[in-house]
Write a protein that binds this ligand. Structure first.
Ligand SMILES: [Zn+2]
Length: 355
């Protein structure tokens, strides 16, 4: 009887085993079949011809900006990503400014690649401006690989210095992520070495910019080989070390305020006669809670600054559910302060060509 039970158990387990192997083989067979199907004769059919116009196709001028994210830290059903901009020079994405939550997804939808964009600018170290940094960096690796390019000699990260315990300086932030010994994403060195050959060609460099808001000195951040220049100025954002940027190319200019309550006139100085001024529009004139007045610019103050700086176009970004719902009255308030240029509410994946 014992032998019968043992034989039965063996037979049963062998049946189960055989079925498992068969299932596994079936899986492999199907996988092979679908692989072959997708990547050989039916591949062209599987990838439909491009009909829709991708956002990247809307870049027409020599100098342009694409909004990758036009919101702040609150996830809402409007689907906006956290703050992020992509600057195009001669049709190529060249600079990334802020990489807020969801900007990686926007980049994917845009059809643009980061193959030629290895300069990252950060206005401040809040999560709605930084969180997709590593996702962007790793995508940059693959975009360069796809374009048959080696990694650039360095990937540069520019952002404010810090003397506040709650915030790292830009260089400390970069080291905290990518230092080969202690960075939380240190594996990227091994990854880059494996993909690009030999020793790690991943050279991340953090650059610290002045953030003292009592100064209105403009800092020359970089002058790129493409002819792009970038300047920064400190701005007040409730005590968070923060800067705003002005990007210039062939006499044209794009300014991004980052987050600020504009309590100083620094934005007026930086944005003077800019072609495009992209502004933090997160609050109304009487926000709740009131302490938001320390962090963001009211429509009235935004109008005052715009009236004095006189940018050709004013783009309202870093929109919140509240400001998005009140965009018409915000525009009216801005105009009432004397601004006469064009006011455009930002949208994710919107392209602004600077002619
Ligand atoms: Zn923000």
């Amino acid at each position: 009887m014992k032998y019968i039970i043992t034989a039965f158990t063996l037979a049963l387990s062998s049946l189960v085993f055989t079925q498992a192997v068969m299932a596994n083989n079936d899986y492999k067979g199907d996988y092979k079949k679908s692989y072959k199907k997708d990547y050989t004769e039916d591949y062209k059919k599987a990838v439909p011809p491009k009909k829709a116009v991708l956002p990247v196709d809307l870049v027409k001028a020599d100098f342009a900006v694409m909004v990758l994210g036009s919101s702040g830290p609150v996830a809402t059903s409007n689907g906006r990503a956290g703050s992020s901009l992509l600057i195009f020079v001669e049709g190529k994405p060249t600079l990334v400014i802020d990489t807020g939550s969801g900007s990686f997804k926007s980049l994917a939808l845009s059809g643009a690649t980061l193959a030629d964009a290895h300069q990252f600018l950060y206005t401040h170290m809040h999560i709605d401006h930084t969180s997709d940094m590593s996702a962007m960096v790793k995508s940059l690796f693959f975009h360069r690989l796809g374009a048959g390019l080696l990694l650039p000699p360095a990937i540069n990260f520019y952002g404010p210095d810090s003397d506040v315990p709650a915030y790292d300086s830009m260089s400390a932030y970069v080291d905290g992520h990518y230092d080969a010994s202690i960075g939380v994403e240190r594996y990227l060195h091994g990854f880059a070495a494996a993909f690009f050959g030999g020793q790690s060609p991943f050279v991340p460099i953090g650059h610290n910019l002045p953030f003292d808001v009592s100064s209105n000195a403009i800092t020359d951040v970089l002058y790129d080989h493409t002819g792009v220049s970038v300047k920064s100025i400190p701005v007040f954002h409730g005590g968070t070390p923060s800067v705003a940027y002005r990007v210039e190319y062939k006499g044209k200019s794009i300014v991004w305020t980052g987050d600020t309550n504009s309590s100083t006139d620094n934005i007026i100085k930086l944005a003077k006669k800019a072609d495009v001024l992209i502004y933090d529009t997160a609050i109304l004139d009487n926000p709740t809670p009131e302490f938001l007045l320390m962090f963001h610019t009211t429509p009235t103050r935004l109008g005052e600054v715009a009236a004095k700086a006189k940018p050709k176009k004013l783009v309202l970004s870093h929109l919140s559910a509240t400001t998005e719902a009140n965009i018409y009255s915000i525009k009216k308030i801005i105009k009432s302060q004397g601004y006469r240029g064009k006011i455009i509410p930002a949208e994710d994946l919107q392209v602004i060509n600077v002619w």
